[in-house]
Design a binder for this molecule. Structure first.
Ligand SMILES: Nc1ncnc2c1ncn2[C@@H]1O[C@H](COP(=O)(O)OP(=O)(O)OP(=O)(O)O)[C@@H](O)[C@H]1O
Ligand SMILES: [Mg+2]
Length: 329
């Protein structure tokens, strides 16, 4: 018998059991394995520690305490819901896939097992990206309103659900989340991380998530701003090279922004990927700018009801709120 929500306990023998027919591995990192588990026709996702280690314990504890804080009253529509937890595992609502897998599917034709993608995903990708980015900007408004830095914004930490041709995106993996000044070790993933999160982590604030969001926008269009050499090394090995990258970016930002000329986000990116954290827009401004783009796009295409327009008309985008109650259906 499974206990959900109450007391945040995991009580099923199947959840603790090895993988089998009803427990399928869907993700793995150096620290954890993630399984989709079905019991009595109810499917959830369980993340389990791979071994006992202080760093892993810390990541799990961070994830549980941040998600408890964020969902203390109600669940947020664009943040993954935690259903239960114990010392070694965390149980979540089950989503279809993540943005990293969808980008692999679009960019390198990799198949997505067990997920039925919408037939118009390729032709309508701009609209789907825009909806996913808008959802995550709303998640960031809420996370940042709690003074929490997510610390690892990247496509693999953006979960997606496709339902009746609609897409919902939710932010997940709060293992590196923290408040400003409480962390002196570099945090984030090298391909997406803000310079200050590597070079001066104790000074990094919520705007480091905004830089990472800029790189997520890039990844949607297969644009990778951080040089490959940086991405392949650890933060410690990278210090010097990161300084160089930061200085070059600061001196010649247009060289980097030029990559975005053929995407809808050329202007926006210049307000996200900015070396000085204080010069970046915040999550509220980000949401507003994404919404302005939605409206402009709808006006520009008013002669014919395009896919984009039909899609965007169905979004019912409202003003962002810090109160999750407003998002409830
Ligand atoms: N609730 C969920 N529904 C569906 N898939 C999920 C869910 N949670 C996680 N996943 C899948 O598992 C992957 C890893 O999950 P998560 O990022 O939480 O673990 P992690 O160990 O911190 O991974 P990493 O270090 O690679 O970021 C996700 O990228 C996604 O593919
Ligand atoms: Mg992750």
């Amino acid at each position: 018998m499974k206990i959900l929500s109450l007391g945040f306990m995991l009580a099923s023998t199947l959840l603790a059991a090895p993988p089998g027919e009803n427990k399928i591995e869907i993700g793995r990192s150096n620290f954890a394995a993630v399984y989709r588990v079905t019991i009595d026709r109810q499917t959830t996702v369980v993340k389990e520690k791979l071994f006992v280690d202080t760093e892993i314990d810390e990541q799990f504890a961070n994830e549980v305490s941040t998600l408890k804080l964020l969902q203390h009253s109600r669940k947020h529509p664009f943040i993954v819901t935690m259903l239960a937890s114990d010392n070694n595992s965390i149980e979540f609502e089950s989503m279809d896939t993540d943005l990293d897998q969808v980008l692999d599917h679009l960019h390198i034709n990799r198949d997505l097992p067990l997920v039925t993608l919408p037939a118009d995903l390729k032709e309508g990708k701009d609209a789907y990206f825009h909806k996913a980015l808008t959802d995550i900007s709303r998640a960031l408004i809420f996370v940042h309103a709690h003074d929490v830095i997510h610390g690892d914004v990247k496509p693999g930490n953006i979960l997606l659900q496709f339902k009746n041709g609609m897409l919902v995106a939710k932010l997940c993996d709060f293992g590196m989340s923290h408040k400003k000044g409480t962390r002196d070790k570099p945090f984030g993933t090298m391909a997406y991380v803000a310079p200050e999160a590597v070079l001066n982590p104790s000074e990094a604030d919520t705007s480091s998530d905004i830089w990472s969001f800029g790189n997520v926008v890039g990844a949607c269009y297969a644009i990778f701003m951080q040089p490959t050499a940086l991405v392949q090394q650890s933060a410690q090995q990278n210090r010097e090279n990161f300084e160089e990258f930061k200085a070059d970016f600061k001196k010649h930002p247009q060289k980097y922004y030029a990559n975005f000329k053929n995407t809808p986000y050329y202007e926006l990116i210049q307000q996200l990927l900015v070396v000085k954290p204080k010069k970046r827009i915040d999550a509220h401004q980000l949401f507003n700018k994404l919404q302005e783009m939605t409206q402009k796009k709808s006006n520009a295409e008013s002669s014919e009801l395009s896919f984009m327009q039909k899609f965007l008309l169905s979004l019912h985008i409202k003003k962002p709120s810090d109160d999750p109650e407003e998002y409830e259906n």
